[in-house]
Design a protein around this ligand. Structure first.
Ligand code: 1GP
Length: 254
């Protein structure tokens, strides 16, 4: 299979924005799973991300089921080493660089490294930066780290640049699952305009206006989870919006 990261770089070069649908295997079950799959068959996003801060359900069978139904690249977005699955197409190898907990900077990586290497899965090293989204997020709680205050743009930028300089391939600006407020567009733009690597933005994106803000501000990939769990039909609206956005002439935020 073609490298997803290469495709991300190609899309970034041509300013093509991407949408990722985040599925939490614990929550995406039964009726919700069926309606999500139905929506994904109708409207195809760029990626399906699979994972969560805490996941109890088996990941392998979840991905197998998904892949039987839809042909969308599946990217692991794991909360810890136990969520690794060789069934996915790629793995976001996350380092929680906004935190100072060695377990999420190197510990979980060592735990999963051999299995990942042996699987031959595509690995995308990702500098994961947690930004205050208006409430304590699950990742904040589970990782024993604190988010960066949303008004501290210099700290967010310095963290992102530290990630880039230390070899991360992507930076992920995360407001937290179900955030009350997404990452502010000014902050997204402040970071994206100063980085040379792709940027993913997620957490609290609930409307196409949020999505537009995120793309206008320079994000390459937007991730949406909760909004689609509440209403899987929104997948179609968001996919159509992204396609429409990519048809328009390029827009510059500044
Ligand atoms: C969370 O960025 C993702 O890790 C998506 O967040 O569920 O709030 O869309 P939401």
């Amino acid at each position: 299979m073609k490298s997803l990261y290469k495709q991300i770089l190609i899309n970034r070069e041509s300013k093509k924005k991407m949408l990722a649908v985040l599925l939490d295997p614990d929550r995406c079950q039964g009726k919700l799973m069926s309606s999500t799959i139905a929506a994904l068959k109708l409207s195809v996003p760029d990626f399906v991300f699979v994972g969560g801060s805490y996941v109890n359900s088996p990941i392998d069978s979840f991905i197998e089921l998904l892949k039987e139904e839809v042909q969308i690249p599946v990217v692991l977005f794991p909360g810890n080493a136990s969520q690794f699955s060789p069934k996915a197409d790629a793995l976001l190898f996350l380092s929680l660089i906004s935190g100072r907990n060695p377990e999420f900077l190197i510990g979980q990586h060592v735990t999963s490294a051999l299995a990942i290497k042996q699987s031959g899965i595509e690995v995308i090293s990702t500098g994961y930066i947690l930004i205050d989204g208006g409430k304590v997020s699950a990742v904040e709680y589970m990782s024993h780290t604190r988010s960066i205050p949303r008004e501290k743009k210099e700290i967010v930028l310095a963290t992102a640049i530290a990630g880039e300089l230390s070899g991360q391939h992507i930076i992920y600006l995360e407001a937290g699952s179900g955030a009350l407020q997404p990452v502010p567009k000014e902050l997204v733009n402040y970071v994206t305009s100063r980085l040379s690597i792709p940027v993913i933005v997620g957490g609290g994106i609930k409307t196409t206006q949020n999505l537009e803000d995120c793309f206008d501000a320079g994000a390459d990939i937007a991730v949406v989870g909760n909004a689609f769990e509440e209403n899987p039909n929104l997948i179609t609206e968001f996919v159509n919006f992204t396609e429409e956005y990519n048809r328009k002439p390029n827009f510059s935020f500044i």
